[in-house]
Design a binder for this molecule. Structure first.
Ligand code: CS2
Length: 488
């Protein structure tokens, strides 16, 4: 029997459920990128607002490419469960905040989505589409006008599929109809995510209509946010576990950790929910919060993922048991913290200790393969920005070098096994990794990818030497499974 509005009464008493009348909810938020993360984070914090008696903030969730989430949630009236695993066990809640689900695959759904975004009732458009969904060059931050998906959105304005396309055409409709603009709320793991979303939207708008671009520049708010909650992709084992726990079938449950953090810049032009009811914090120090999280959590996550992949560790918790990896992480955190400007009142040593506990959570089967994806997008903000700061301060960065060397071994192994690399720049990366057997050629070839490393990193001879050393160290380490010949 499926989880649904009419079956809510069948849930065991310990499962939380919406206590408010879902029929009275207004749909004021359109969310682009309806994945596990949004459902464990923003939607759950919005649920707290609805439960507190403010029905104004229902969510319309849209997939960006696939319609699988719509197909899972529609028969459930938009309901789904979130199970949080903490030190004292687990807690399951049914979330009612999503009032409508749109698919990402069909043209008709994109047309419906654009119409929804154009309606005056939509006050916030929030986004979780991951780094690559912004189509920004990772090294320079400029919009990839030549990317096929962006070019398609210029050619077919009635059926936009990218974030910049959808937002610009919806804002164009609103402006033409005299409707005030919504607030664009990026909830992706990018430094200054609001500024980057704005840059992508403005660059797209300038190609469409200069006046429109000027209007967006003057009128539309793009607050920055820091988002944090470790939420692995749902597995079949999670489904089985949650379904037996709730006694009903939830086709796409969310499994997450107990910890959640959301820090938001308070700039909303058409109002906003009081997300503090769900634990969010409004702050004017987003940049500091974001760099601390992006470097200390995500930078070490990527390092864990590549070293974990090379040492046969399937999950983050398993990788955290290997001294080879935890030694690198400790050194990495020391390097990152040395150039970090922490938010007021935050003790970064305690923050790092908490991260270790979170990474060791055995209930979360967070696959290193999942985090290892999209390295071309993740390495620059997570590790290369702090590297540049260290270079500027005259500091050596052996741990950052090890992390990048681990990525290089990971892509080299992928190239040599002929497996697929989950990365929007996979073709270029695999092509370069596949050249040569000499360590210096492999490292030099990959470092020359300007879109990832810029020009300055490969020009820094001290860092290049450090990187080559670490690459060779890893190749010689018996715990590391490299593949094929590497000459030193
Ligand atoms: C992870 C993040 O997949 C990844 O790259 O580092 O999704 C991470 O789990 C979240 O940012 C935690 O808030």
């Amino acid at each position: 029997m499926r989880l649904s509005e009419k079956n809510l009464l069948r849930l065991p008493a310990r499962v939380r459920r919406p206590s408010y009348d879902r029929g009275k909810l207004a749909a004021a938020i359109v969310h682009l990128g309806l994945g596990a993360f949004h459902r464990a984070h923003q939607a759950l914090m919005t649920e707290a607002v609805l439960a507190a008696g403010d029905p104004a903030w229902g969510i319309v969730g849209a997939g960006m490419q696939s319609s699988a989430m719509r197909d899972a949630l529609q028969p459930q009236d938009g309901l789904y469960t979130v199970t949080e695993f903490g030190a004292d066990g687990e807690r399951t809640s049914v979330v009612g905040a999503i009032v409508e689900v749109l698919g990402g695959a069909e043209d008709a759904e994109k047309i419906r989505l654009l119409a929804r975004m154009s309606e005056a009732s939509t006050r916030i458009v929030s986004i979780t589409v991951t780094e690559k969904g912004y189509y920004l060059d990772p090294a320079t931050g400029s919009l990839q006008l030549e990317a096929p998906a962006i070019a398609a959105d210029f050619a077919h304005p009635a059926v936009p599929r990218t974030v910049p396309g959808l937002i610009v055409y919806a804002l164009r409709n609103r402006r033409a109809a005299g409707v005030p603009p919504f607030t664009v709320l990026s909830c992706d793991n990018l430094p200054n995510n609001g500024k980057l979303a704005r840059a992508a939207v403005l660059a797209f708008a300038r190609e469409v209509d200069g006046d429109l671009a000027a209007w967006i520049e003057g009128e539309v708010h793009f607050p920055c946010t820091m988002v944090d909650r470790i939420t692995p992709a749902t597995t079949d084992a999670d489904r089985a576990r949650v379904n037996s726990l709730i006694g009903l079938e939830d086709a796409w449950p969310v499994v997450t950790e107990e910890f959640a953090q959301w820090v938001i810049e308070d700039r909303f032009s058409m109002g906003r929910p009081d997300w503090t009811l769900g634990g969010a914090v409004f702050s004017d120090e987003i940049e500091r919060w974001e760099s601390m999280k992006l470097r200390c959590l995500n930078g070490s996550h990527s390092t864990l993922a590549y070293l974990g992949q090379l040492t046969g560790r399937e999950t983050v918790a398993e990788a955290m048991q290997l001294p080879l990896i935890t030694d690198v992480l400790d050194a990495l955190w020391a390097e990152l913290r040395a150039v970090l400007q922490a938010p007021r009142g935050v003790d970064t040593a305690a923050y790092v200790e908490q991260l270790k506990r979170r990474f060791r959570n055995p209930a979360l089967k967070h696959r290193t393969a999942q985090i290892a994806s999209d390295g071309s997008q993740k390495l620059p903000p997570r590790l290369l920005t702090p590297l540049r700061e260290r270079i500027a301060a005259g500091l050596a960065s052996p741990a950052i070098a090890t992390a990048i060397a681990a990525w290089m071994h990971f892509v080299l192994r992928t190239a040599r096994t002929g497996s697929a690399l989950n990365d929007p720049m996979s073709a270029e990366i695999l092509e370069r990794a596949g050249h040569g057997v000499k360590a210096s050629d492999i490292v030099g070839g990959l470092l020359a990818i300007e879109k990832i490393f810029g020009r300055d990193v490969p020009a820094n001879t001290a860092f290049c030497a450090e990187l080559l050393d670490k690459f060779i160290d890893l190749a010689k380490n018996p715990a590391v499974a490299t593949l094929g010949e590497i000459r030193f």
